[in-house]
Design a binder for this molecule. Structure first.
Ligand SMILES: Nc1nc2c(c(=O)[nH]1)N[C@H]1C(S)=C(S)[C@@H](COP(=O)(O)OP(=O)(O)OC[C@H]3O[C@@H](n4cnc5c(=O)[nH]c(N)nc54)[C@H](O)[C@@H]3O)O[C@H]1N2
Ligand SMILES: Nc1nc2c(c(=O)[nH]1)N[C@H]1C(S)=C(S)[C@@H](COP(=O)(O)OP(=O)(O)OC[C@H]3O[C@@H](n4cnc5c(=O)[nH]c(N)nc54)[C@H](O)[C@@H]3O)O[C@H]1N2
Ligand code: SF4
Ligand SMILES: [Mo]
Length: 687
């Protein structure tokens, strides 16, 4: 037995980056625990099985025979690099650079390098998983305030609204902060259809019907304006379109709002009063939940307006506009996407590009490939492409099969690579060096705990090697990976050498101090220079795209083209489970053994009406498709709403959601308010 060593790594199963102390013996991780006295969530605790998973890709592989058969053979890195370089160059020669799409899945760490690769190649088509996450929330905020979303100051708030946030399951490190807030008497309002573990702890719980958030926000605004409990002076001075907004909010009386949202009118009054009078108050936004609806951006704009209306914009305990002290660096958010040519998604979702967003909108990627819209797409170079992220993933799979060339770099061999020509093995967070920009102006150099498995390499090294073979120059990537890390650090006064052997990291020599209330001098970065309750950018696209300036509420239950009698239940997919992370962890035995199939969570009353019992195998059908799962009786659900987690190859909820059911402003899929029915397996005909 060798000597045991403790090595500090940073978990990146999700973006929280919790420190892990890995116990390493004979070059293998034998156990893990939370670093620095912090705990790990279930996923982090099972990370050893994530690292040593039998589905890990160990060598570069190429597909032989007919695409889609999944017959891969091992090749050398040299062959892989040369083939990729040659194919991508040939496609650029024949069809132009825009025919290649560069795609990043959920992982964030290699994104700036991938964007640099796309830029150096010349393609405007760099896109990411953010076509279904966060960007629409940010877009809604940006349309209104002109800057990037301002998160609440949890340390100093007296009231916090958890607007669609089940942080015990989706943001476990926050649980401690939340407990502390509760103990110190901070008032909590939860807006959540389910009686989630987090919402159960709230002072006021608004059990809203999914996707009606905009109406609820307008209802709260109505009460605040009616009672004169809003920041009159601030609004007068800094808000554009307040009179129109006020008039529009008039119809959202507590009675009317209650009819739409299902929240009792007394609770709407009580929540509005508490939020408006017990300040400073903040709203904890969700990256995705409120925008996973076909009126998503407008719903979120309505929620966002409450921040200015209540006078909590850029105040301590509210939503400070500048980040707390930060370390300067050369990367992360600094690289601009090429926009000299039309990108995919630009015609469909022009506002996404106008604001601007440094990536293209790719929710309709399958259609763009299959229909050659707006021009032929011939190659996808992907790092972490999970086709199950998209609505109707089988449609995307078909499209990937039509490409001349598709590369996927991933930790695992999944069916998302079925259509790939080449699959490359990525090194995970136990196996790579990485510069991390931490809160409070610190940098840490994450160092590997073990050697990469097989011939796995880190994503950025892979990009550097391919670019070298293509003769593509880039100021940050042309001199190897260590130089790239130093390039990132350069403005901070730190270097990789200084950070080596410093698991707690170092504070930058140069710090950026936050500035408050900059808007008093400069105004807001919107067309009017004010906070836009009525958006001039949206108005501009009124004739061409039907957008409206006000945060209008449109009800998805009036969606045409669906037989509502045939599909009477609301389908809400993807509410986070503590043991799963999108598609990735179904393969980790300690986590997947907790449930043996896709669970279809239903209210007991709905089950009774449909003659379904707990544990029955059921078929869920929608206008798009059907899938099988296990009925799970959930008293915490709202009646009439079915919840299913996505990403599982044994029963994929995303197949149920039409690829055309999208928010017209952001392109985000309506995966939290589609339409379905459920029947016991074998009794589908009677549905
Ligand atoms: N364990 C785990 N954690 C994760 C992830 C994961 O896959 N697994 N994914 C990460 C990612 S990518 C993201 S974006 C975040 C998301 O983080 P969250 O937004 O916190 O996650 P959700 O569970 O989707 O939604 C939160 C709550 O919103 C409720 N909800 C559903 N629909 C609606 C609605 O229409 N309106 C309102 N008001 N509430 C609604 C749900 O019942 C749920 O309790 O989680 C991150 N954390
Ligand atoms: N129905 C429904 N659909 C949803 C959602 C929902 O709530 N409901 N949520 C949406 C949201 S918010 C999000 S964020 C997306 C999830 O976005 P996805 O990108 O689908 O997330 P993952 O399933 O984690 O897939 C990421 C892939 O990256 C791989 N990977 C992990 N680490 C690395 C690495 O270091 N390098 C490389 N090259 N690969 C790596 C993983 O193995 C996996 O194959 O799903 C969206 N889709
Ligand atoms: S919350 Fe869990 S999965 Fe996310 S980084 Fe921390 S330990 Fe890993
Ligand atoms: Mo997300």
């Amino acid at each position: 037995m060798g000597e045991k060593q403790i090595k500090r790594v940073f978990c990146q199963i999700c973006s929280q980056g919790c420190p892990i102390d890995a116990c390493v013996e004979d070059g293998r991780v034998v156990s893990v625990e939370g670093g620095g006295g912090r705990g790990l969530c279930a996923k982090g605790a099972a990370s050893k099985q994530y690292l040593y998973n039998k589905e890990r890709i160990l060598y570069p592989m190429k597909q032989v025979g007919e695409k889609g058969r999944g017959k891969f053979v091992r090749i050398s890195w040299e062959e892989a690099y040369d083939t990729i370089a040659e194919k991508l160059l040939a496609i650029r020669d024949e069809y132009g650079a825009k025919a290649a799409v560069f795609y990043a899945g959920y992982p964030k760490w290699y994104r700036p390098a991938l964007l640099r690769f796309a830029n150096a190649y010349g393609s405007p088509n760099y896109c990411t998983e953010s076509s279904t996450c966060f960007q629409a929330s940010n877009l809604a905020w940006k349309l209104t305030y002109g800057n990037n979303i301002c998160f609440p100051d949890l340390e100093n708030a007296k009231t916090i609204v958890l607007w669609a946030s089940n942080l015990y399951h989706s943001n476990t490190p926050m649980a401690r902060v939340y407990r502390k807030m509760k103990e110190s008497g901070v008032k909590i309002i939860a807006v959540d259809p389910r009686n989630s573990v987090t919402a159960k702890d709230a002072d006021i719980h608004l059990r809203i019907l999914p996707g009606t958030d905009g109406a609820l926000a307008l209802g709260m605004a109505h009460v605040m304006i009616r009672d004169g409990k809003y920041a009159k002076e601030f609004v007068e001075k800094y808000v554009h379109g307040f009179e129109e907004y006020k008039k529009y909010a008039e119809r959202f009386t507590p009675e009317y709002t209650s009819e739409i949202t299902g929240v009792p009118k007394e609770l709407i009054e009580e929540a509005a009063r508490l939020y408006a009078t017990n300040g400073p108050a903040g709203i904890m936004f969700s990256a995705a939940t409120v925008v996973h609806h076909i009126n998503g951006v407008q719903n979120y704009r309505a929620v966002h307006t409450l921040v200015a209306l209540s006078g909590n914009y850029d105040v301590k305990g509210g939503h400070p506009a500048a980040p707390p002290v930060a370390a300067p660096c050369n990367e992360f958010g600094k690289v601009k996407r090429r926009s000299d040519e039309e990108a995919i998604g630009e015609k469909d979702f022009p506002v996404w590009f106008e604001l601007p967003c440094e990536e293209a909108q790719c929710t309709r990627l399958a259609d763009y490939i299959l229909n050659e819209e707006p021009y032929p797409l011939k190659a996808v170079f992907a790092m972490g492409l999970n086709h199950r992220m998209w609505p109707q993933p089988s449609h995307l799979k078909k499209a990937l099969g039509k490409l001349d060339f598709y590369v996927n770099v991933d930790l695992f061999m999944s069916d998302s690579s079925d259509m790939a020509d080449i699959v490359l093995p990525a090194a995970g967070f136990f196996e790579r060096y990485e510069v991390k920009n931490m809160r409070g102006g610190k940098f840490v150099l994450a160092e590997p705990a073990v050697e990469p498995l097989g011939e796995a390499k880190n994503d950025i090294e892979i990009i550097i090697e391919i670019m070298k073979r293509m003769n593509l120059r880039d100021e940050a990537l042309s001199d190897g990976y260590e130089n790239y890390m130093n390039y990132i650090l350069e403005p901070s006064g730190l270097t990789v050498d200084m950070l080596k052997g410093q698991p707690e990291g170092l504070t930058a020599k140069v710090l950026i101090q936050p500035k408050q209330k900059v808007y008093e001098e400069t105004g807001f970065k919107t067309p009017s220079g004010k906070i836009e309750f009525s958006s001039l950018v949206l108005e501009k696209y009124g004739a061409s795209h039907g957008y409206e300036g006000l945060p209008v509420y449109k009800d998805y239950r009036e969606y045409q083209g669906v037989d509502h009698a045939e599909y009477p239940l609301i389908l809400n997919t993807g509410s986070r489970k503590p043991q799963y992370f999108h598609s990735r962890l179904y393969r980790v035995p300690w986590l997947a053994d907790l449930e043996d199939s896709t669970m279809v969570d239903m209210h007991p009353k709905d089950m009774e009406e449909l003659g379904i019992r707990d544990g029955d195998r059921v078929v869920v059908s929608s206008p798009a498709d059907s899938m099988e799962g296990i009925a799970n009786s959930c008293i915490n659900n709202l009646e009439g709403v079915v919840h299913i987690f996505h990403g599982c190859s044994k029963g994929e909820a995303n197949e149920l959601i039409s690829k055309d059911y999208l928010d017209p402003i952001s392109g985000f899929p309506g995966c939290k308010s589609y339409f379905c029915n459920v029947a016991k397996k074998g009794a589908e005909d009677g549905v």
